[in-house]
Write a new protein. Structure first.
Length: 276
């Protein structure tokens, strides 16, 4: 007998699970939100790129170019020197200005004490300068300030007649040597009430000696106790007929003395100061 072939067994049909319509709607909503967020990011990125590009283009345009450099703190001749040394190019972009580098260049000028450089939008650079004040001048016309810094001969501004020192100070930007520093210190300490009185300052041995406009010499000594010494000088000039005074000695400001111009009375050749 022939064996019968086994009857094929049909596999059961799988019915897909039923998805809650609410869940399907929520999935679609989440997908749409993600798509909208992605589109928003793209649009924001494009807008920021466009804005930055516009800003960059604006900074490179003539709208924000340097139109002028305003200098304060110096006269017209000093302004010309400052502008030349600053090297700020009119028409260059404001954003390219290296204020620190400009300040460094200007600070290298011998007569400049302090300087600041700032942008004043949209198109102005402001340069503010504080000058060093000259107090004395050497035979070559070079001036020096109270700190002993040599300023050179071309210091802007009108400084009047400065006391002379009969030694050369050195190159602009250098400092007066220690030997002549006490002379500069004494001259710098001259009070306002005696400005214009002193025409020269020099070293005589270890002492500082000042010469007044009418030929009176004042022996200061060293550069200590200068305020008290000048008080004593003023007191002696007020007490005596200065036309008769030859020399004043205030090395000891508590007991100053003066020497009169010699005349027929030997008793008038020298006397201590009174009340000084």
């Amino acid at each position: 007998m022939l064996a019968r072939s086994p009857r094929p067994v049909s596999e059961p049909t799988l019915t897909p699970p039923t998805i809650d319509p609410r869940l399907q709607a929520r999935r679609r909503e989440v997908q749409e939100q993600q798509w909208r967020r992605g589109r928003h990011r793209v649009l924001v990125g494009l807008a920021v790129t466009a804005l930055l590009g516009g800003i960059f283009g604006l900074t490179r345009s003539s709208v924000l170019d340097i139109d002028q450099v305003a200098v304060s703190g110096v006269d017209r001749s000093g302004e010309a020197e400052i502008l030349e040394r600053a090297g700020i190019e009119i028409g260059s972009p404001m954003v390219d200005l290296d204020a620190g580098a400009v300040e460094q260049r200007l600070a290298g000028m011998a007569w400049v004490d302090q300087v600041s450089v700032a942008r004043s939008w949209p198109a102005t650079v402001e340069v503010t300068v504080t000058m060093r004040k000259p107090v004395a001048v050497d035979p070559n016309g070079a001036m020096v300030d109270a700190e002993g810094r040599v300023l050179g001969s071309d210091v802007p501004g009108s400084h009047g007649a400065l006391p002379a020192v009969p030694v050369a100070f050195g190159q602009p930007g250098s400092v007066v040597d220690q030997h002549d520093r006490p002379v500069v210190e004494a001259i710098a300490a001259i009070p306002a009430s005696l400005e214009g009185e002193v025409v020269e300052g020099r070293r005589v041995g270890s002492d500082v000696v000042l010469e007044l406009r009418d030929g009176i010499t004042v022996r200061i000594g060293d550069s200590t106790r200068l305020p008290a010494k000048f008080v004593a000088v003023e007191a002696l000039l007020e007490q005596a007929d200065r036309s008769t005074i030859d020399k004043i000695d205030v090395r000891q400001p508590g007991s100053p003395s003066l020497t009169r111009i010699p005349d027929d009375d030997p008793s008038l050749t020298s006397e201590p100061g009174k009340g000084a």
